[in-house]
Design a protein around this ligand. Structure first.
Ligand code: OFO
Length: 171
């Protein structure tokens, strides 16, 4: 029987994933406003990916016969100083998600809830890709600096990103 503490923590993470989607939509809006439609697409696909993460948690909570409790969404950031600042903020956000997943895993492990541990392992693995993806964009933007041609080439590349909901990946 899953404890109330673990059930609450799973709901909290589900709500955090919905908030993450909202957060990335704010970034997409900023990028569109800057004329960077490829960057905007990257964050729109990230929005879809976060909804997938949230709904995966929703389904698990239901499957475990627990109660889903949907919370309100905090207002996301809508203004940034540059595309680099957007990705720095995204990386910081993903690092906070990783730490939350680890805390959740600690609770499940301490309660010997093996089904939840197995379920959460997917998120542990996913966070490696989430952080690496943001770090890669930061490295490239630091190299680009004020080079507009390189920025638009990167924009064209990011326009190709498509979220694949068959496996939850959007590389
Ligand atoms: Fe759901 O991993 Fe990003 O936030």
């Amino acid at each position: 029987m899953i404890s109330k503490k673990l059930s609450d923590a799973l709901n909290e993470q589900m709500n955090y994933e919905f908030a993450s989607a909202h957060y990335y939509l704010g970034m997409a809006g900023y990028c569109s406003d800057q004329g960077l439609d490829g960057f905007a697409n990257f964050f729109q696909q990230q929005y879809e990916e976060e909804l997938f993460h949230a709904k995966k948690l929703y389904n698990f909570i239901v499957d475990m016969d627990l109660r889903v409790i949907v919370d309100g969404l905090p207002a996301p950031e809508n203004y940034f100083d540059s595309p680099l600042a957007v990705f720095e903020s995204a990386l910081e956000h993903e690092q906070s998600v990783t730490s939350r997943i680890y805390n959740l895993m600690d609770i499940a492990t301490s309660e010997k809830e093996y089904a939840t541990i197995s379920f959460l392992q997917w998120y542990v693995d996913e966070q490696i890709e989430e952080e690496a993806n943001m770090k890669d964009k930061i490295t490239r933007l630091e190299r680009i600096q004020g080079d507009c041609n390189a920025l638009y080439l990167m924009d064209a590349e990011l326009a190709q990103r498509v979220f694949d909901d068959s496996n939850g990946s959007g590389e």
